[in-house]
Design a protein around this ligand. Structure first.
Ligand code: HEM
Length: 414
């Protein structure tokens, strides 16, 4: 039975659909072709209505019109009960993704210099060191590991917590908390299925980072936590809510996203041995390979915007107050922008993927993420004599951020 539009639109609210890529991409392709701006009214009422935006050009247009489409009050898809709670009590966090200009611009200004290429350059040697440490770890594992859990999850966490300046003994705790926050719909990762469990996770973040803030205000160092703790907006300290939210977004946004790209990238290379061979023979392809991996995996599945006025796009008028879901994986397989979008091609250039979003909210860590992926490929590929899957890879069930949960492999390293 051919898929219908009514069935296809349901993938965006269904965490298990994202874990079944063939089904997910079939639905996106149908929507791009037949109903690229399609309003979904959930018959169960679990989710408030939204328009799913599936074409590259439309995602771009909405991202660029950031006064007509804003992040508040619904930056991410969640159940209607959560939307109601947020409307009544405000969001539990106030991170960059929860706010709009001018607050957004001011907040982003606190750390934007820190993420500029010239500031990040100093991390190159540290990233190369860390990449070596993790490939050495692979070498010590007798030719078999769960690459997603043992390597891909660990490296970006290590990088971001190192940048923040947190002690290594706290890394396992942060790993658990970020997975509980993002994997909230996946029973293997979440703390519990009720909303209270998520509130508990956020409270744990608050407790941990309140201590860090107090410490960095008393004893500033050159780490990112000190930049945030001592940041000023119009001469004023950030509020505690803004400060804690900043750590949470840095610790979380920089972690599962990059981890998913690294694991998904290796899977794509294993499944496309010609591309692995190409990269092995020409390491200078690492930059285009990193971007193709990011396009291929698209670890952030969506963000949402809400219209501040009636806005007509692609012949559809989105009314003031209605929300749109920007589907990055769909935009990144748009056949009008990418030649052979379903082919993994590490030489793809230009690669106008939207995996980092676009416009004022464009991923703050895009450069860092690329550097991390390049560092691990640069260390791993020349040492990887052979590699194969040792079991079924499995994807996280999530509608927001994620990728591979498990990638069992066997390998020989030189
Ligand atoms: C492959 C890895 C990554 C992907 C795919 C990714 C993707 C994204 C996307 C799609 C957005 C929203 C953009 C928009 O609304 O237009 C975003 C925002 C953000 N990302 Fe990333 N990200 C990655 C890695 C990182 C890293 C390593 C950091 C480091 C701290 C980071 C920090 C942030 C922050 C702070 C924001 C909020 C920016 C704002 O709203 O102004 N991300 N990211």
């Amino acid at each position: 039975m051919p898929l219908t539009i009514d069935q296809a639109i349901k993938v965006f609210t269904d965490p298990s659909a994202y874990a079944d890529e063939a089904r997910f991409f079939e639905a996106c392709a149908l929507l791009r072709k037949e109903a690229p701006i399609h309003r979904y009214e959930d018959p169960t009422g679990e989710f408030n209505p939204f328009y799913a935006i599936t074409r590259h050009a439309d995602v771009l247009e909405i991202e660029l019109h950031n006064s007509q489409f804003i992040n508040e009050p619904r930056p991410v898809l969640g159940p209607a009960s959560g939307d109601r709670r947020n409307a009544e009590n405000g969001h539990m966090l106030r991170t960059l993704i929860h706010v709009d200009d001018p607050e957004h611009r001011d907040l982003r200004g606190v750390t934007s210099d820190w993420f500029l290429p010239k500031s990040l350059q100093k991390l190159d040697a540290r990233l190369a060191d860390l990449a070596k440490r993790y490939v050495d770890k692979m070498a010590s594992m007798n030719g078999t590991c769960d690459f997603a859990q043992d390597i891909a999850m660990q490296l970006p966490l290590n990088v971001i917590l190192d940048i923040l300046g947190l002690p290594e003994s706290d890394y396992p705790r942060m790993l658990k908390l970020t997975q509980e926050l993002f994997g909230a719909s996946d029973e293997e990762l979440s703390r519990g299925s009720d909303p209270e469990a998520l509130i508990e996770v956020i409270n744990d973040f608050f407790a941990y980072f309140t201590k860090i803030t107090e410490d960095r205000r008393a004893n500033p160092t050159d780490d990112l936590a000190s930049v945030v703790a001592n940041g000023r907006i119009n001469g004023e300290e950030l509020t505690m809510m803004q400060t804690i939210s900043y750590y949470v977004i840095a610790a979380t946004a920089g972690h599962d996203t990059t981890a998913s790209a690294i694991a998904g990238g290796l899977q794509a290379l294993i499944e496309n041995p010609d591309q692995l061979e190409l990269l092995r023979n020409d390491p200078s392809l690492v930059a285009t390979a990193a971007d193709e991996i990011i396009r291929w995996v698209t670890p952030v599945k969506h963000f949402m915007r809400t219209a501040t006025e009636d806005y007509t796009i692609g012949g559809v008028t989105i009314k003031k107050g209605e929300s749109v879901l920007l589907s990055y994986p769909s935009a990144n397989r748009d056949e009008t922008v990418f030649e052979n979008p379903n082919t993994f091609d590490i030489t793809r250039s230009p690669n106008k993927h939207l995996a980092f979003g676009f416009g004022v909210h464009y991923c703050l860590g895009a450069m860092l993420a690329r550097m991390e992926i390049k560092a691990i490929l640069t260390e791993l590929i020349p040492r990887l004599k052979s590699v194969q899957l040792a079991g079924e890879p499995s994807l996280m069930k999530t509608t927001f951020v994620g990728g591979l949960k498990h990638l069992p492999i066997t390998y020989e390293l030189v």
